[in-house]
Design a protein around this ligand. Structure first.
Ligand SMILES: NC(=O)c1ccc[n+]([C@@H]2O[C@H](COP(=O)([O-])OP(=O)(O)OC[C@H]3O[C@@H](n4cnc5c(N)ncnc54)[C@H](OP(=O)(O)O)[C@@H]3O)[C@@H](O)[C@H]2O)c1
Length: 214
């Protein structure tokens, strides 16, 4: 698939690299330096290049949105038309001081995003794990017991695209239902962040759901 990365920081840089290593065509966009985007593309060691958000969006089969909540409007404006596109978002709706969810309970960042880009198909995925764990999950992808990754969305085709990307990175995709379930996924991420960044065992943390008794 052709994947456009909107926001090439900790999450976008790493996920874009892993998508390229899994065989996808990746365009890294939206960082404060073009040289950083070019370095990411070089080091991805796959089919990857640097581009503008508009270039990342124009040919993409899927877009990864990985920016701070305060940058969403700016990156979408730069991306231009995303009509009909699958947008996989890992962006959490954090407030400016990164201390709390700015959208929660009766809505979610993913739903707020979907209302900004009504003609795109939004899937919430990848936001529930710290960037620090992504490479080790990818390296262990041939092991039988993969970590889970919960995702949600309203469009079945877009969800299939997201599930494939989740598998390509080395997780076991867990379909959590429609996009409004992001109201549960996003606060769950705060628990993961608490364990990863305030716990004693460090940020290389993934999770695994197990269904017993069947
Ligand atoms: N980090 C995690 O482990 C993690 C886990 C789950 C969810 N999330 C969510 O994922 C999203 C991305 O997080 P992140 O940690 O990847 O953020 P990040 O490392 O700060 O990356 C954000 C990207 O946006 C770019 N950017 C910011 N301001 C810009 C501007 N004015 N012009 C152009 N580019 C600009 C940054 O450029 P530079 O590269 O130049 O800084 C960077 O490439 C957030 O919503 C976060 O809540 C993060």
């Amino acid at each position: 698939m052709r994947i456009g990365i909107l926001g090439s920081g900790l999450m976008g840089g790493k996920l874009g690299t892993l998508f390229a290593r899994a065989g996808h065509d990746v365009v890294f966009s939206y960082a404060r330096s073009t040289r950083k985007l070019e370095r990411l593309a070089r080091e991805a060691r796959g089919s990857a290049r640097a581009g503008t958000p508009a270039e990342a969006a124009s040919q993409a089969d899927a877009l990864l949105l990985a920016v701070h909540w305060s940058r969403v409007d700016d990156v979408l404006r730069q991306a231009g038309s995303v009509s009909g596109k699958t947008i996989v978002t890992c962006s959490l709706p954090m407030n400016a001081s990164d201390t709390a969810l700015a959208v929660a309970r009766t809505s979610s960042g993913a739903e707020a995003l979907a209302s900004k880009v009504r003609r795109a198909k939004v899937v919430s995925a990848f936001g529930t794990v710290p960037s620090e764990v992504l490479f080790s999950v990818f390296e262990a992808r041939r092991r039988k017991a993969r970590p889970s990754l919960a995702y949600c969305g309203d469009d079945a085709r877009a969800k299939r695209v997201a599930a494939r990307l989740i598998r390509d990175v080395g997780f076991d995709p867990v379909d959590a239902g429609p996009l409004k379930i992001a109201r549960y996924l996003e606060p769950f991420t705060l628990l993961i962040a608490q364990l990863a960044y305030e716990g004693e065992r460090g940020p290389e943390l993934a999770y695994r759901f197990e269904w017993r008794g069947r």
